[in-house]
Ligand binder design. Sequence first.
Ligand SMILES: [Zn+2]
Length: 71
Amino acid sequence: MNIIEFSDKYKDEAACVADLKQRRDLQVKECPHCGCTEFYWKGDKAMYECKKCHYRMSFKKAASWKTATCL
Ligand SMILES: [Zn+2]
């Protein structure tokens, strides 16, 4: 992989994450651990963190995301 391919890939993944986050925000957000519905968005890790119990949830692993073609 050369630097151009790398930057192209990064750009695509970043765009993908941004798109997924936008769609994820429209889904029902409920902590599977405590049921809290408020989350912090951890942009650097592409994860949500529950405001109540600090449970971390990656939207990439959520069942509702299986149809995303870029994952
Ligand atoms: Zn929680």
